[in-house]
Design a protein around this ligand. Sequence first.
Ligand code: CTP
Length: 403
Amino acid sequence: MSYSLPRRILLGVTGGIAAYKSAALVRELVRAGADVRVVMTPAAHDFITPLTLATLSRHEVLTDLVDRSHTGTWNDHVALARWADVFLFAPATAHTLAKMAHGLGDNLLLACWLSATCPVFVAPAMDLEMYRDPAVQANLAALKARNVHVIGPDTGELASGLIGEGRMSAPEDIVAALCDALIGRSALAGRRILVTAGPTQEAIDPVRYIGNRSSGKMGLAIAQAAIELGAKVTLVAGPVLGTVALPLAERVDVMSAAEMAKACKDRFADQDVVIMAAAVADFRPADPADRKIKKSSAARVLTLEPTEDILAWMGAGRRKEQFIVGFALETGSGLAHAREKLMIKRTDMLVLNTLADDGAGFGHDTNKVTFLFADNTEEALPLMSKTDVARRLMERIADRIAT
Ligand code: CTP
């Protein structure tokens, strides 16, 4: 079973024999699309080397609050905790669970825990009598009461040779539990989604261009909402300000409509869903100058030629099971025009934006859109944040591809 977990995960490894499984766990998490950073307790070093976990996570592994090799430098537990979308302790020993329950911060990992605001998961690992100990159970209960999710432990053969409850859950079961808790069973989990965002710039000469007022906010919000549901998102972005907070499968930055077309066409065949939120230029200067055009008082005529319509190209070459979403921007109501566009470009859905409403369209953090579907149904949404529009859009796409 392959899971998709595009999240930034801070993995705390504590000093128990199950730490040997942390290597496999890091691998599973990375394979599921997570960006993993590891913080170890000093005791964990007795069980697994930082080098192993650094190699697998592709990040430096940290243990100390203060970096002894460089006077005056320290590892910023607040920044680490804020970086994480998810904090996972695996294995979580009885000792670390006790310190977590009682608010101790005597190492970097615990300082991160005290600073964390993201969802926290613990995968306890210890021998069966330790696990049954009332103090351990009370600590786990206290953590659960503070919304810490407990994964496992499993029952089986323990390092002591005894058989019973206390074994750390298998790495793939931990990843599955994280996916279930964070993503649920969305039809978009693991799907490949291409999202375009922002304007394009069409060169007139090396310093001037024809562009448009798109900020890219809507496309970035869509990419973020798709990742939240476990999708593997490729973002093809024109010149936009801003980023997507969760890990993208890929980001391709482009300038012109031609570059956007190439980036999209190269990737189209692999995609389950495409959402063309970009405001792609319809025309470009036919003959851009190699050198800066000098000022002259004479009037100038700029000859424009049409750009390739990427969405139409996709619609013409699509597989039936691909789900394609276009955007249409109208200055009036434009419903009929949008419906026509949906049919001509062979999309499954079209998001109609209108500049006629206050707070909607370019540059705003809010938008007012109508969803049009190929089965002739429509859904008009009220003015809402672009984040909410994006989430609603992803819900509708998930509904449609699930059926
Ligand atoms: N689009 C595209 N390639 C282009 C132009 C537009 O893929 N060269 C996509 C946009 O990303 C958007 C949809 O097509 O999803 C919008 O289509 P378009 O016909 O350009 O819409 P409008 O600009 O709204 O149309 P018109 O200019 O005809 O009103």
